[in-house]
Design a protein around this ligand. Structure first.
Ligand code: AMP
Length: 187
């Protein structure tokens, strides 16, 4: 199973991605988590990404594309993978299609979790309290939503044209949403 998971900030992508990865026994590759780890370790990549992340902006495509291309050469992705937080721009989508096309292992599904925006803001503010993420202030949350709508939402039409888009309602408890997702993916 080769999958991407999409949805606005706070849609519960990370949580659901962990459930899906376990259910299908595939690695969960979160570009946001890789960036945060690099920021934490003070690597060159982390230094490059930090300013964008703190402002709620996207890290430049070239940086992200190279990082994902590298990750997808690792052997744990041979039996499939779940990409969380990538692709986020049309350019990244084309680049991913190119990488996977070259390796003759196209995506099976693109899963979009849909939510109500007001609920999402509340979830993110709560997460900010718990995790203390630097990019979870109200102003940055709003910026991240705007960027998602402008840059990432259009990708769903492209995946729909490719015939691989699966939309799942992300409202409800974690368990309810997981069940919906697993049912939709096993369909
Ligand atoms: P996330 O944990 O997926 O919300 O990602 C946190 C932050 O990392 C984002 O707000 C971006 O600044 C950066 N980031 C993660 N993935 C990407 C991507 N595919 N393209 C550009 N920036 C990204």
């Amino acid at each position: 199973m080769r999958l991407v998971i999409m949805g606005p900030p706070g849609a519960g992508k990370g949580t659901q991605a962990a459930v899906i990865a376990e259910a299908f026994a595939i690695p969960h590759i979160s570009t946001g988590a890789i960036f945060r780890a690099n920021v934490g370790e003070g690597t060159e990549l982390g230094r490059e990404a930090k300013g964008y992340m703190d402002r709620g902006e996207y890290v430049p495509d070239s940086v992200v594309n190279n990082m994902v291309a590298d990750r997808l050469t690792e052997s744990d992705t041979d039996g499939g993978f779940l990409l969380d937080g990538y692709p986020r721009t049309v350019d990244q989508l084309h680049e991913l299609n190119r990488m996977l096309g070259e390796a003759d292992r196209p995506l099976d599904r693109a899963l979009e979790i849909t939510v109500n925006t007001e609920e999402v803001v509340q979830r993110l503010l709560k997460r900010a309290e718990i995790e203390g993420r630097a990019d979870d202030t109200e102003e940055v949350i709003r910026r991240r939503m705007e960027v998602y709508t402008a840059e990432t939402e259009p990708l769903t039409s492209l995946y729909s044209e490719q015939g691989i888009l699966v939309r799942v309602d992300g409202m409800g408890s974690i368990e309810e949403v997981s069940e919906r997702i697993l049912a939709a993916l096993r369909d």
